[in-house]
Design a protein around this ligand. Structure first.
Ligand code: PLP
Length: 405
């Protein structure tokens, strides 16, 4: 299929290019030292991802450890309550450890193992990526260092406990504001000293090349399964696919199954409290081109051109940029990006829980909210929503902030 002069039959061969670019976005804007480390990872990845042993191992892990394939569920009561649109969800909430993140963490840790590394390191904000990586590290018997801001450690006590139970070292970062940004800096500094023995596992389709590509490839299992399952269930393709976008890994995962199909794709960003800078994390809607954390993309900037402070009710979505491939798909118009605010999100959280018996993660509730809005708009057809994770982690927050409605 051709779209805006881009040939999607050969898309995955051509994007990214050899230097990790999707059009003008992506690349690797890092020190020479780290460039060497990234080149080593790229080379290993290109060798390994063609090896039948690696593919076989990953397939076995997906089935026997992660519990894949995850099902697609038809939302019968919710669909009937809206009218003539059929709503479906891809159940990444049923993936082991409760979200899609394990899809790329198992891939990254398997790669580390194949490369003969002893350790994986990463930063974490809300702790979801840290927990998924600690899970993968325990499975493979790798050491695991997770850098986390002191402020986040206080806020995310249950996830800190989970990481420690899984055997990870949670390293407290106390400088600056002691949150995600400082944790990223600390983890990168540690990595540039230790890269011979470890790999840095990035938590979304972000960072320098090859991570946006690698994480997309590891997440593409979501889209491959979903396309096959959906066509078997209904005899046709969905009219639209909807996913929430923080860094954009669950969205790239499910979109990659449908990029070459006549299916409308929607990425949903958090509008938070509203459109003023600092009140949301809708980088593709309100941001401009810029480089941060080693890659060129569309980002939210403050008056000094630095990454702006962001806010979202879903801590997994509050990042001031998005993956470079999303910036590219945004510019060529293949994916439409739109926003929902906190209120619409929390309403959708309760609606899905009460009508379908599925408690979604607050991140995923953004996609559900948009799916419901879109259903009312299009009036007929079918919509597949990526339910990126389950809401157990959000219980305390919801009860404290919103009560039980
Ligand atoms: C981390 C997280 C997200 C956001 O990450 P993406 O890379 O944008 O997918 C979304 N949903 C859940 C449940 C998460 O834990």
């Amino acid at each position: 299929m051709k779209f805006n002069d881009i040939d999607f039959d050969t898309y995955f061969k051509n994007y990214p290019d050899a230097n990790g670019f999707y059009g003008k976005y992506g690349g690797a804007y890092i020190s020479d030292e780290l460039k060497k480390a990234m080149e080593e990872i790229t080379e290993a990845y290109f060798t390994i991802c063609k090896s039948s042993k690696f593919i076989g191992d990953l397939r076995k892990i997906r089935k026997e450890f992660q519990g894949r394939p995850t099902p697609i569920s038809y939302l019968e009561r919710l669909s009937n309550s809206i009218g003539h649109v059929q709503l479906y969800v891809k159940r990444e909430d049923l993936n082991h450890s409760g979200a899609h993140k394990l899809n790329h963490c198992m891939g990254e840790a398997l790669l580390a193992k194949y490369m003969g590394k002893k350790k994986v390191i990463a930063e974490t904000g809300a702790g979801q990526h840290g927990v998924a990586l600690a899970t993968a590290a325990a499975y493979f018997g790798l050491e695991c260092d997770i850098y986390m801001g002191a402020v986040d450690i206080k806020k995310q006590a249950p996830n800190v406990a989970r990481m420690k139970i899984l055997g990870a070292n949670v390293i407290e970062v106390t400088h600056g504001l002691a949150t995600l940004k400082e944790a990223v800096d600390a983890a990168f500094t540690a990595y540039s000293k230790e890269y011979k023995d470890c790999i840095y596992c990035i938590g979304s389709v972000l960072g320098p090349h090859p991570f946006p590509m690698m994480v997309r490839d590891f997440q593409s299992v979501v889209g491959v399964e979903a396309r096959d399952q959906f066509t078997k269930m209904t005899g046709e393709l969905p009219d639209a696919v909807v996913a929430c976008v923080g860094g954009g890994s669950n969205a790239m995962g499910i979109f990659s199954g449908f990029l070459n199909d006549p299916v409308d794709l929607y990425g949903v960003e958090p509008l938070g409290r509203g459109p003023a800078l600092g009140d949301h994390a809708a980088s593709l809607k309100y941001g401009t081109e810029g480089i941060m954390h080693g890659f060129n993309s569309i980002m939210l900037k403050d008056e000094n051109g630095e990454p702006a402070p962001v806010y979202s009710v879903a801590s997994g979505l509050d990042y001031p940029s998005s993956g470079p491939e999303h910036a590219f798909l945004h510019d060529i118009g293949r994916v439409k990006y739109d926003v929902v605010d906190d209120k619409e999100t929390i309403d959708a959280f309760f609606t899905l829980s009460r009508m379908e018996g599925i408690i979604p993660a607050i991140e995923s509730s953004h996609a559900v909210a948009y799916g419901i809005k879109l259903a009312k708009q299009i009036g007929r057809g079918s919509i597949l929503i990526c339910l990126s994770g389950r809401g157990d982690k959000d219980m305390d927050y919801i009860i404290e902030k919103y009560g039980i409605r």
